[in-house]
Design a protein around this ligand. Sequence first.
Ligand SMILES: Cc1cc2nc3c(=O)[nH]c(=O)nc-3n(C[C@H](O)[C@H](O)[C@H](O)COP(=O)(O)O)c2cc1C
Ligand code: SF4
Length: 430
Amino acid sequence: MDEMKPQTPQVLLHPDQRVGANMARWRKSGGGDAISIAAGNPDRVREQVRLAELRGLGGSGFPAWRKWEAVAAEKPNPDKYVVVNGNEDEPGTFKDRLLLEETPHQVIEGAVVTALAVGANRVVFYVNPDLSRSLAAMRIALEQWKTSDLTAQASTALGKPLDLLLCPGSGHYIGGEETAAMEWIEGRFPFPRGKPPYPAQSGIKGCPTLINNVETLAYVSHIAKHGADWFRALGKAPGLGTKLYSLSGDVLYPGVFELPKGTSLRELVYTHGGGLLSGKPLKAVFTGGPSSTLLTPADLDVALDFDSLRARGSSLGTGAMIVISEGTGIVKRVAEYERFFAHSSCGQCNSCKTGTATMSQLLDRIDTGRGTESDLSILKNLCAMLPNSGRCHLVNGAAMLLDSAFRHFHDEFVQAVARAPARFGGASRG
Ligand SMILES: Cc1cc2nc3c(=O)[nH]c(=O)nc-3n(C[C@H](O)[C@H](O)[C@H](O)COP(=O)(O)O)c2cc1C
Ligand code: SF4
C-alpha cells in the first residue's frame, strides 16, 4: 500500500493560480484583489512583508523588507524600478520557470503589489531566454495586464503610468546576479557591477531599483491579502511560510514541491520524492544547487529553512536539492560543477577567472587518475583564498562547494590521488 503523503498547504501552486495566462479564470477566484489593497495602503503591505519575515528566495535569503524599505525611502530619479529576477540558470533549480509558465498572473500581481509598496513605476520581468514556455505565458499575460483595470488602478495610485516590460535575459548564468541583470536590461553584456552604489540607490539607469526573485515576489500578493500571521503559520517552526523545493538527482519522483518551510530533508526525499532510485542508500545532497554545501545522511532530520541549515554550516540557497545515491563518485560530480563555474565566470576579477579555471583543471586531473597530492593542497589553498575575492558571489559558490566536499568526502579525493600511476606523480601503487 502507498504511504499516505502528509497534506501540505498550497499557496503558490494552488490550482486557482495554475491557470496559465487565462486571466478571466484567475480573476474569478480572487486573482487581482491584492492590487486595490496595495493601492489603498502601500505602507501596510511593507509592514506585513516585514512581519512575515519574507526572505529572498533567489539564493541569499536576505530579508526582503530591508531592500524594500531602502527603495521606498528613495525619490524617483526620474523613475523607480522593480526587477523580477527569472534568470534561473543554476543546475538543479527549476521552480521559477514553473511559476512563470503556470502562474504568470500570480507573478505579475506580486510584482505590481511590490511596485505599489515601494513607489516604483517601472517593472521589468527579466526571464531566462531559454525558457520559451515561461516567456510565452508571460508575454500573453502581460498584454492582458496592459489593458486591464488592475494596471489602471495601480497607475492612478502611483500618480504616473505603470510600465510593465518583459526582458529576455542574455542566456548567461552570471546574468542572474542582480547588477549583471541591470547591465543587460540597459543593453550591455551582463558584467556584475562593483558595489556600492547598491541598486536601491542607483540601479537601472541610475534610478532606485528593487530586484527580487520570482518566487519571493509571488508570495507578496498573498501576504498583502491574508497578512503576516497567516503566512508565518504555514511554516513548520522555526520555518515560516511555504517554500518551493526543486528536488532532482537519484530520486524516484523528481519535481517541484511546495512544502511548509522547515520540512525535514527526510520528508522531502523519502515521502515526496519517493526515496532513492533502486532503493539505494542516500550518500549526499547538494543543497541550494552546486553553489552551496553538501548534506549527508546525518542531516536527514534537519529542517530545510535558512537558519537551521546555516546552523549546520550549510545553506538553503534557492531550495534546490540534488540527491546523490551511494555508489556515485563525489570527485566526478564536484569536477563537473566546478567546470560549470569556470565556464560561467565573466572574467572581470582575476581571482575568479584563474581560480575557478584552476580548480576545474585540477579536479579533472584528479578525477581522471592524473592528480597529485600537491594538486590537493593547491585546491585547499584556493578554498581558503577565493571567498569574497571577487565582485560577486559566483567565486564564493565555487569555493564553498569544494570546501564542503573536502569536509565530508576527503577520503575520496585522497583515494583518487592515490590511484594515480607514479609517472603522473601520484603515490606509488607498490
Ligand atoms: C552568479 C549568480 C547568479 C545568480 N542568479 C540568480 C537567478 O538566476 N535568479 C535570482 O533570483 N537570483 C540570482 N542571483 C542572486 C541575485 O544576485 C539577487 O541576490 C537576487 O535576485 C535577489 O532576490 P531575492 O532577494 O528575492 O533572492 C544570482 C547571484 C549570483 C552571484
Ligand atoms: S567574481 Fe567572477 S563572475 Fe563575479 S564579477 Fe568577478 S569574475 Fe565575474
